[in-house]
Design a protein around this ligand. Sequence first.
Ligand code: GUN
Ligand code: ZN
Length: 450
Amino acid sequence: MPLPSQSSLKAFRAALLDFVDDPFHMPISESVRYFPDGLLVIEDGKVKALGDYDRIHAHYPNVPVTRYSDKLILPGFIDLHLHFPQTEIIAAFGEQLLEWLNKYTFPAESKFKNREYAQTIAQFFIQELLRNGTTTAVVLATVHPESVDAFFEESNRLNLRMIAGKVMMDRNAPDFLTDTAASSYQESKQLIEKWHHHQRSLYAVTPRFAPTSTREQLQAAGELLREFPDIYLHTHLSENVDEVAWVKDLFPECDGYVDVYDRAGLVGDRSIFAHGVQLTEAEFQRLSEAGSAIAYCPTSNLFLGSGLFNLERVKSPSSPIKLGLATDVGGGTSFSMFQTAGAAYKIAQLRQQKLTSFQAMYLSTWGGARALSLEDQLGNFEPGKEADFIVVDFKSTPLMSLRNQAAIASLEDLADRLFSLVIMGDDRAIQATYILGELAYEKDSTLKKP
Ligand code: GUN
Ligand code: ZN
């Protein structure tokens, strides 16, 4: 499919915010980049220049400028873990992880054998991401290869940078949802050959979690990682107390949950582990050494009663672990990264920890890109980066309008306004979403469909 034409220069004028270092470890003055009246210049879908409007515009006097008054432009959000086939079962009542999987999730995922159904949900899901300002996500499909095809066909139609993979699951799940070690290897391999680096798509080998894979299947996943060194490994890890106990029973020879994955060669610097709520200190150390990433899923961890994530430990300066924020829909309760960040703030409060609004926005943008080793491609506005960005409205509800009346005169003011988004913001705060410099979603207008 030909890429949309983006041959000419264009520019966007608004307040601009991105991150150039980690605000968990560096002062705001060195990690946050902010232009109160900024100009973002795009050429061929990539960032060409950014800075103060007056200075940059003087270099590009003829560039057409789209102006967003009283708005903030941010890099597009990166959601480090969610399930497109669970879109319809969001907000399923009453269970914790293992019962929730059996009662709601597996029946919902069985429907994705039907290619048309998978396509319908993939389309809805991707529109929902764009409505919430999420431009890159790490997505589980189901065990059916058709579900991966449906997802990537839609994400490629819109030219999105997405990471996804077929779930591998050869035990402890209903027969209609299981594959085998051999079939999962073959099907995953075919999907990698078909989709990895096809347009902007990237593939993640996706064993669901240790309890639903045999040792043979985990070994097969490791074999794929050795054969295709730049694909990802994406799975769940140490989410719930009963799950951790079950893993101990199923793999008595292993020294804990991380070790189960380690023995199969699945713990590396392109591995993304969702949750990590119940990890031991030795396991944190191992993930830090390996350069693996944790996808922090706060709304899901609350909704499924899994536990309170130890943010301070994960970001400890002496042995930090790569981290991004994740909605984990449908265990998570919202597609909005603002809502997700708000839940993370409240969990930090319950643990006597802190999550600032700059830290939350970092995790949702450049932190996520770094967790995915995509920081050279996207996540901030350095020239040459892919121009996926969002336009944010601080006044998207009457109450936010009242709260955020005063002008932003300092970085402290900006932190305060961003905090109101973290606590009160949702899809209504996303005015527009741009993919490679092209409008892909705009609030209050019909969705632009290329
Ligand atoms: N662990 C294994 N599968 C799942 C899932 O679908 N959702 C969540 N939250 N945890 C899991
Ligand atoms: Zn999940």
